[in-house]
Write a protein that binds this ligand. Structure first.
Ligand SMILES: [Zn+2]
Length: 398
């Protein structure tokens, strides 16, 4: 599960297949409070846009009479502090999530702000509510604190301008962020409350997701109107954020629906049993002419004798130039067991599907008492859904 933050802020979408690249950290910045912090390259675009608009328009309008060097310095400092405040917002989510027992992959800054990436599902409606409120609580404290500071303490014009803007933008984003629309924090709060009231996670997600799509559509329409009627480029940004809301709300609703359909099923029901395995010490040439030539799967479990050692994908093999295939072993290019999704046959298939949708390999090893029991891919899950939809009466709509 991920908490994506659009609009230079918040929201979330659990495992959006296909859009994961934007949330991938291109550069790692380090760890804060034990949480990995990174930036995606798309963030550079929004950082440059914000710094430019602050230096060229916002600060000269709000604080007239300063030199162009002062405006440029104010703009860069304000943009850096702005992203620091977004990180603190995400850290608020992350710290509370960890206290609720969730695993955290990290925080990534990207085109629309920050994303806190968690693994697995929310343990309960109460936990989701507390996690969703933690980020906005941090923004509220920052916004109100800075505005009060700028009003009460006499400061030089340039410093006052930066602090007042930072306080205001944090409050403005907080208000936007609390709209009751998935994937925004307000949508998460609404979903958690509906979930707690009805006990039905899927229906709660559908309601909050429908609101997310409706707000997204309104923002796209509003953005296009602003762009056409006023010629203001801000309209394009508004439309882009609206589009992101629609995509993320749709993906989250779909994933919750799939997870619900899979709920009575186990990993063992969908996995490929006794999958063809590669041996760690055989060469890539032997593998390509042997197991791969016979079965042509995208990925294979790797064994060291009888012991499960990892997974090798055909992409890992083709990354090695073919003239080195006789000198390279499968074990050298395989992905080791640590860091892979490892499942048991009795695990919940819905949760496994969500984990797999977040995995770039899209495959998990299934082990029983340490021994290889099978291999699970999204294709296996899709095939099972297809089979069940044919052999079962159609589910009632609504
Ligand atoms: Zn948030």
């Amino acid at each position: 599960m991920r908490t994506a933050e659009p609009a230079v802020r918040d929201g979330a979408a659990r495992g959006r297949p296909g859009s994961g690249g934007m949330f991938h950290a291109s550069v790692r910045l380090g760890r804060v409070a034990g949480v990995e912090i990174g930036v995606n390259w798309t963030w550079l675009v929004v950082f440059a846009l914000i710094a430019w608009s602050l230096g060229a328009a916002v600060f000269p309008d709000a604080n007239p009479g300063l030199g162009s060097g002062a405006y440029a310095a104010m703009a860069v400092v304000a943009a850096v502090l702005f992203f620091a405040s977004l990180l603190l917002h995400e850290l608020g989510h992350a710290v509370v999530a960890r206290r609720e027992g969730m695993e955290i992959e990290g925080i990534v800054l990207w085109l629309f702000g920050g994303v806190a990436q968690f693994k697995g599902l929310f343990p309960s409606a109460g936990a989701e509510l507390r996690i969703a409120l933690a980020g906005p609580a941090v923004s509220l404290a920052i916004g109100v604190g800075l505005i009060a500071f700028a009003v009460v303490v006499p400061l030089p014009g340039a410093v006052d301008g930066v602090i007042a803007w930072l306080g205001t933008i944090n409050v403005v984003l907080l208000v936007f962020n609390m709209l009751p629309a998935l994937p925004l924090d307000g949508g998460r709060v609404l979903r958690a409350l509906l979930w707690r009231a009805s006990g039905d996670f899927t229906r709660a997600t559908r309601t909050a997701g429908a609101l997310g799509r409706a707000f997204g559509q309104a923002m796209v329409a509003g953005g296009v109107l602003v762009l056409l009627l006023a010629g203001a480029p801000g309209g394009l940004w508004l439309a882009l954020i609206g589009w992101f809301l629609i995509v993320a709300a749709t993906a989250e609703t779909r994933l919750a629906t799939v997870a619900a359909a899979l709920r009575p099923l186990r990993v063992g029901d969908a996995m490929a049993r006794a999958p063809v395995a590669a041996q760690s010490r055989e060469t890539l040439a032997q593998f390509a002419a042997g197991e791969f030539a016979r079965s042509r799967h995208a990925a294979y479990p790797v064994l060291e004798g009888d012991r499960v050692a990892g997974i090798v994908s055909f992409r890992d093999v083709t990354a090695v130039p073919s003239d080195r295939w006789t000198a390279t072993t499968v074990g050298e290019v395989a992905r080791p067991l640590e860091g892979l999704h490892v499942l048991a046959p009795d695990d919940d298939l819905g949760e496994a599907a969500i984990e797999l949708s977040q995995d770039d390999l899209g495959r998990a090893l299934v082990l029983r008492d340490g021994a290889l029991a099978g291999l699970l891919s999204m294709t296996d899950i899709a095939r099972l859904i297809e089979l069940r939809s044919r052999s079962l009466p159609p589910a009632t709509a609504g």
